[in-house]
Design a protein around this ligand. Sequence first.
Ligand SMILES: [Zn+2]
Length: 207
Amino acid sequence: MNEKDYSENLKIYLPPQTADIIAKWMVNLALRITLWKNRKTKLGDFRSPRKPGEKAAISVNVSLNPYAFLITIVHEIAHAHIYKIYGRKVKPHGIEWKDEYRKRMLVFLNNRIFPDDLEREIAHHLKNPKASASADLNLEKLLRNYNVSKIKPTFIDDLKVGDVFIVQGGRQFIKGEKIRTRHKCVERGTNRVYLISGLMECVNLLA
Ligand SMILES: [Zn+2]
């Protein structure tokens, strides 16, 4: 897949304005990706090539909310980068990995893609990243607030035209004009248009 394909495929799982950067990193590292529908045991992983000529691969759980998905994919991409440079000579979550993960996460912090509360917690988390976001309890707790089932819902009626929102099940849409009681919304990734009731519950993602 090229950058454009990766970006189109991944953007339904990622916060707005992050897919192009992730796609570029994937292509630069010649990475393959597997998306798991509902794996409970882990959020993601990195697999080094098993034989010459095979590509390194990462996998990420798509049941994660977009912010958790982003943090997980950056975590795995940092593993791929470190593996490419050092092979197995360094620890998986050692200083080299921490530096690489931090550097890549800072791109998104600097682009202000996180809500304020998450941004503060991630800045703190990056001082000494743990082996997984779920090992960082404060971050894990805050991230859970962005699961659609956990958050106090907003109604689509309350959003502005152009806002990006996520609904139960993880699909993302961009809100469009109102047609009587419904809103013309475009699904991110497929670009299909849906008429969605203003009373549907959703979580607003930063546009
Ligand atoms: Zn790891």
